[in-house]
Ligand binder design. Structure first.
Ligand code: PLP
Length: 360
């Protein structure tokens, strides 16, 4: 595996080497069945066991209470932007959205098709460089739900607290920090996350939903976008993304073997602090996110000179530190350091930042 690079891509992103190797070993013959997981019927005993194990692992790692269902869906985080209002907004006809970046903005825009949307807060005026405090949130107690994005993948900001919304259910896009830290699931109505950032390959989306929130969908809700249908059929109304679910299972097993969510949380703290420290110590680099709002998953920074940024990205790639180019909305650089990024990769990047700073 000498040709592996440290891949800082925002998603799809690096997976643990052990997971890829295990999947590789099992790819043509899964546990003596003589077939690949890709070739199995989703109704087969063998796949049903994989599905159940994956779901149980997730429930146990994330401490998901019994009154919540775990769904494995398709369509990415983006499909949840539609599913959430389609299923929930009819409760009162209105919903609150916190706008702290690109994805929350898209989610709010989509919800407007189905009901009345209030902006609980927006950081657009400061180029989404921070997260509002609890006292800055305008929560309408008549809203069907309050939606926010826990980690802003593009801007590199992350909520350090779960918003207190009174009796309004909290819906959270956790696409880019799911399973990286302990969350109290009981404080949420819905948590959703596309797997390709922190949990597996692209193609499966995890939804954790408090069961009593399903069943209030708008009449024209497409069958496949109806939470109640998917809960009733245990994510198997149609063929689920079998291979991706299996891969998520392997990643969860890897997390378990590493010590669980607390270990992931400790590692992400350690890794992100290393990067923010060298960036703060440098003369050349500036972080996009304000201290106190900085993401432990996506570290966004720049020199302020586009040519120099490009040089940084190119030279880093030559050293096996790849995909550091920032998103076009923020520019500069972005280092995505999800669960699977080893400490060594972060230390190598920190050394490179220090060296580049000295040389320029
Ligand atoms: C990547 C991402 C999305 C979009 O996910 P898709 O799976 O590509 O639809 C939504 N929200 C956040 C926070 C993301 O990082």
């Amino acid at each position: 595996m000498g040709n592996r690079v440290f891949n800082f891509a925002a998603g799809p992103s690096q997976l643990p080497l052990e997971v890829l190797q295990k999947a590789g070993n099992e790819i043509t013959d899964y546990h003596g069945t003589g077939m690949s997981v890709m070739e199995m019927s989703h109704r087969s005993t063998m796949f049903q066991q994989i599905f159940l194990d994956t779901k149980n692992r997730l429930r146990s790692l994330m401490q998901v209470p019994d009154n919540y269902e775990i769904l494995f869906l398709q369509g990415g985080g983006s499909t949840q932007f539609s599913m959430v209002p389609l299923n929930l907004i009819s409760r009162t006809g209105k919903a609150d959205y916190a706008i702290t970046g690109h994805f929350s903005e898209v989610a709010a825009k989509e919800a407007k098709k189905y009901g009345e949307v209030s902006i609980a807060c927006s950081t657009a005026d400061s180029d989404h460089d921070h997260i509002p405090s609890q006292s800055e949130l305008n929560i309408d107690q008549g809203a069907s739900y309050f939606h926010y994005c826990a980690n802003n993948t593009i801007y590199g900001t992350e909520w350090s607290y779960t918003p207190d919304t009174g009796s309004v259910p909290v819906v959270c896009d956790m696409s880019s920090d799911f399973a990286s830290r302990r969350v109290d699931v009981s404080r949420y109505g819905i948590i959703y996350a596309g797997a390709q950032k922190n949990l597996g390959p692209a193609g499966v989306t995890i939804v954790i939903i408090r069961k009593d929130l399903a069943g209030t969908e708008l009449p024209k809700t497409p069958l496949m976008l109806n939470y109640q249908t998917l809960i009733d059929k245990d994510s198997m109304y149609n063929t689920p993304p079998c291979w991706c679910i299996y891969m998520v299972g392997l990643v969860l097993e890897w997390i378990e073997n590493a010590g669980g969510i607390e270990t992931m949380e400790q590692r992400r703290k350690e890794k992100s602090e290393i990067l923010y420290r060298v960036l703060d110590d440098s003369r050349l680099f500036h972080c996009h996110a304000r201290p106190g709002s900085r993401s432990a998953m996506n570290v966004t920074f720049r020199t302020g000179d586009a040519d120099l940024d490009a040089e940084f990205v190119e030279e880093a790639a030559q050293q096996g530190l790849v995909n550091l180019k920032g998103h076009r909305l923020v520019k500069g650089m972005r280092a995505s350091i999800y669960n699977a990024m080893p400490l060594e990769g972060v230390e190598r990047l920190a050394d490179f930042i220090t060296q580049f700073d000295k040389e320029h």
